[in-house]
Design a protein around this ligand. Structure first.
Ligand code: ZN
Length: 308
C-alpha cells in the first residue's frame, strides 16, 4: 500500500477540498455531485450458455440514451472493447451526444488475471476500438468487477503511462468478489497524478454496502437510498454509482449467470425499479461526467496550492 501510506497528507487535503472547497469561495463546490456511469458490457459472456440467448445490449443502450436525454444529463460509459466493436454506430451516437467514453478492458478480464504487460496490451486494444469509432481521447478506466485491489495496484502505473487521468475501480470495502477494505472512501490522487474515484459505500450495522449501483441500487427502496446518499455526501465525497445494460432489462430471458441460485436471482431482481430510482436520485443530486469532476478537483487543488 505504498501509495496510500505516502499520500495520507494528500488524502486529508483532498477531503478538505471536497468538503469545503477550502481556500476561497471562487473554488467550485464538489459536494452533492452524482457521478453516474454505465458499465457497457454483454452479460451473456459471464454464462456458459449465454451466447445462445439474444444480444440485448443495443436495445438497452438506446433506452439508457433516451433516459439520459429525457433527464437532460450527460453520463460516463465505461466500455468493453469487444462489445463496442459489435455496436459501433451506437458507440458513435453515445460520443456524439456528449457522453464521456472510458475503458472497461477489451474483454472484461479482471486485473488479477493479468500481468501489467498483458493489461497494457489489453487497454491499447480497448482504446484502439474507441479511436476507430471516432473517440479521440480516452481518460477514464473502470476495472471489471472492481478488481483493483491491493495486489493489483500496479494498474495505476500502467494507466498513467497510457495517458489516463482517472480510474474508478476500487470498491473500498470487503466484498464477496473484489474489494479493498481500508481504502479511502474519497477521491484520491496518486503520486503519478492519476485520480482514483472509489465507488460510494455506506455502513449499516457494521456492514459496508456499495449502495449506489447495480444490484444494491435495485434492492434498496428509494427512501433508504436517499438516506445512504445523504450520509455518504456528508463526508464530502461525490456519489459514484453505476448501472449495466442488463440492470434495466426487464424482458431478458433468464439464464444461469451465477452458480448460486440465490445470487442468480439477484441478477434479475427488481430491474423494473432502476430508472425510477435513478430519476429520484437525479432530481436530488447534481449529475456530472467523471472527467468533468476530475477537472474540478484539479482546479481546486491548483488554487489551493497557490493560496497555501
Ligand atoms: Zn463490468
Amino acid at each position: 500500500m505504498k501509495d496510500l501510506k505516502k499520500s495520507e497528507a494528500l488524502i486529508e487535503m483532498t477531503k478538505t477540498i471536497a468538503v469545503t472547497g477550502k481556500g476561497t469561495s471562487k473554488e467550485e463546490d464538489v459536494r452533492s455531485k452524482y457521478l453516474l456511469s454505465v458499465d457497457l458490457e454483454d452479460i451473456r459472456y459471464q454464462a456458459k450458455s449465454g451466447l445462445n440467448f439474444p444480444f440485448r445490449v443495443p436495445e438497452m443502450v438506446e433506452h439508457i440514451l433516451q433516459f439520459f436525454d429525457d433527464n437532460c444529463i450527460k453520463g460516463t460509459f465505461f466500455v468493453v472493447g469487444k462489445t463496442a466493436r459489435e455496436i459501433g454506430s451506437l458507440i458513435q451516437q453515445v460520443h456524439k451526444t456528449g457522453h464521456e467514453l472510458g475503458c472497461h478492458t477489451y474483454d472484461h478480464l479482471q486485473l488479477d488475471r493479468m500481468t501489467p504487460e498483458i493489461f497494457r496490451e489489453n487497454l491499447l486494444r480497448n482504446i484502439d476500438v474507441l479511436n476507430r469509432l471516432g473517440v479521440d481521447s480516452v481518460y477514464g478506466f473502470r476495472a471489471p468487477d472492481f478488481s483493483l485491489i491491493e495486489s493489483t495496484q500496479w494498474a495505476w502505473e500502467v494507466l498513467s503511462e497510457l495517458g489516463f487521468r482517472y480510474s474508478s475501480s476500487v470498491l473500498p470495502a470487503r466484498n464477496p468478489l473484489y474489494g479493498w477494505d481500508g481504502f479511502p472512501t474519497c477521491p484520491l490522487r496518486m503520486d503519478n497524478g492519476l485520480w482514483e474515484l472509489p465507488i460510494s459505500i455506506t455502513s449499516v450495522i457494521g456492514f459496508k454496502i456499495p449502495f449506489a449501483g447495480g444490484i444494491y441500487l435495485r434492492f434498496f427502496p428509494k427512501i433508504v437510498l436517499h438516506q445512504f446518499c445523504r450520509k455518504h455526501l456528508k463526508r464530502g465525497s461525490p456519489l459514484v454509482g453505476y448501472i449495466h445494460p442488463y440492470d434495466i432489462d426487464t424482458a431478458e430471458k433468464k439464464f444461469k449467470v451465477e452458480k448460486n441460485p440465490f445470487l442468480n436471482k439477484l441478477v434479475y431482481y427488481n430491474r423494473k425499479s432502476t430508472f425510477t430510482k435513478l430519476e429520484f436520485l437525479l432530481k436530488r443530486y447534481v449529475p456530472m461526467r467523471f472527467l468533468d469532476y476530475v477537472h474540478i478537483l484539479e482546479k481546486n487543488m491548483e488554487k489551493s496550492n497557490i493560496n497555501a
